[in-house]
Design a protein around this ligand. Structure first.
Ligand code: FAD
Length: 437
């Protein structure tokens, strides 16, 4: 077993595996080893995702990252005939008048228009006709609605070029394509404990590297010995800090727990009717829908005849330094006490129906909700997708590959170009993202 490669990619989540694929495709002569601490690719946060994809962002950079990635996913499914169970059911943001008129929402719409991102505004009357059983207005005497600060639904922004897919299948696609090109077998169940930092060049003296020497990460330490490489790609999601901090490189990310609860629609005629809401897209089922209050959202899963219910809670949920094992347990009380009361108020069809399953993972936030792709001391860091890493994975991977090749610009799927320093720390050129869930 050789322990020297041109590139070692640490992390086989959707971002690591997409990066490994693009690197191998564009650098066929290079040996690339993919390493993950779990037994298979895509088993950490990628597997816990709601896997919705949208190009409806407020930052032009996020629009481009997602728009081009979504186009690539459609290409995989439609042209390469690799089924991702991708459905373009759309995204539906339900809004009160106050929210709709907020300057940040106006700016969001203007930026989408400028970038040619399609969207449509719906008004209350039309929404009521299309969506069965949705409460748009609460009566004046509704104390529960008042207590929970529930906003009325007066408008909606609908994005037709958005949808949902199966993240496991997306990971399978990238893995299959990577394995076709690579001569190196990935190593799973192999945690990386440290990055190896060495003097460049080494004088062979004890105690190196000294402060006056140039330093470079030259490999990784694992429970099975050291592995050396010219370049390390770090795609470790919310564990990035634990590997970068000991060598003094900051990754600027924080983790936050997110959970999903699965509610069956079958056997509940009103929920089935809601799931198969017609009128928004050709798919004939409800778009990925975000309620105007408390960050509660729902994804219809027609194959399972169920809904996945999530919540983008903000203040109150702790930021974590790195993901811990208990973060993977969903909290039933969180659904019961926080999400259910809101959900069942807007959609009474959910009343008295309870989750049959649940799962949890973590978002890996950057400070401006845009990803990081940068190179420092021999490490290419690809992280900080801020809760939308499935939908940005392909573009992030192409940027990481262009950075590796020393290109000034990366070509994204569809031909649009992005400077490779756009998502760096030192020369970051992005608008802060306002539309996060
Ligand atoms: C509830 C929930 C809902 C979400 N919904 C959406 C959504 O609708 N759309 C969307 O686009 N995104 C969504 N996301 C976010 C999305 O899942 C992530 O952005 C994406 O999976 C990030 O991919 P990744 O490869 O960076 O991370 P991960 O999938 O976490 O992969 C990181 C990998 O690194 C490995 N690793 C870490 N440390 C080490 C080490 N020391 N040694 C070896 N291996 C290591 C891990 O085992 C893991 O496999 C959601 C996330 C959650 C939790």
């Amino acid at each position: 077993m050789t322990d020297r490669f041109d590139i070692v990619v640490v992390g086989a989540g959707v971002i690591g595996i997409a990066t490994a694929y693009h690197l191998q495709k564009n650098n066929p002569e290079k040996s690339i080893l993919l390493v993950d601490s779990l037994p298979e690719a895509g088993q950490a946060n990628t597997a816990m995702s709601a896997a919705a994809v949208r190009n409806m962002f407020s930052s032009t950079t996020n629009q481009l990252l997602t728009d081009s990635s979504i186009d690539f996913f459609r290409h995989i499914q439609d042209d390469l005939k690799f089924d991702l169970t991708m459905h373009m059911c759309g995204y539906l943001w339900l809004l009160s008048t106050g929210q709709f008129k907020e300057p940040s929402v106006k700016m969001w719409m203007q930026r989408m228009e400028k970038s040619d991102i399609a969207y449509k505004v719906y008004e209350q009357e039309e929404l009521q006709k299309i969506i069965p059983g949705m409460t748009t207005k609460f009566s004046e005497g509704d104390e529960e609605a008042q207590l929970m600060n529930l906003k009325e639904i007066d408008y909606a922004l609908f994005g037709p070029e958005c949808g949902v897919l199966d993240p496991d299948l997306l990971v399978k696609f990238y893995k299959q394509e990577f394995l076709k090109l690579s001569k190196v077998k990935p190593r799973f169940s192999l945690p990386v404990t440290n990055l190896l930092l060495e003097a460049k060049p080494s004088l062979g003296l004890p105690g190196e590297p000294y402060v006056w020497q140039d330093k470079q990460v030259t490999g990784v330490r694992t429970s099975n010995g050291d592995i050396h490489a010219e370049t390390i790609v770090l795609a470790a999601g919310p564990w990035t800090n634990t590997l970068l901090d000991p060598v003094g490189i900051s990754s600027y990310v924080k983790a936050k727990k997110r959970q999903l609860f699965i509610i069956p629609a079958s056997g509940h005629p009103l929920l089935e009717q809601l799931l198969f809401t017609k009128g928004f897209s050709k798919t004939g089922f409800l778009p990925f829908t975000i309620l105007p209050s408390a960050g509660v959202y729902m994804r219809g899963v027609p194959e399972e005849k169920s809904f996945w219910i999530g919540c983008g809670d903000k203040v109150g949920r702790a930021y974590k330094y790195a993901m811990e094992e208990q973060d993977y347990k969903a909290e039933r009380s969180y659904f019961e006490e926080s999400m259910y009361p809101v959900l069942s108020k807007y959609f009474p069809a959910f009343q008295n129906v309870r989750p049959v399953n649940s799962f949890a993972g973590s978002y890996c936030y950057s400070f401006d909700a845009l990803p990081y792709v940068y190179k420092q001391a021999g490490v290419i860091v690809v992280t900080g997708a801020s809760g939308s890493g499935i939908m940005k994975a392909d573009a992030m991977a192409r940027i990481a590959d262009a950075l590796y090749r020393g290109e000034k610009e990366a070509e994204l799927f569809g031909g649009q170009r992005m400077p490779t320093n756009t998502l760096s720390v030192a020369d970051r050129q992005v608008e802060v993202e306002r539309v996060i869930i």
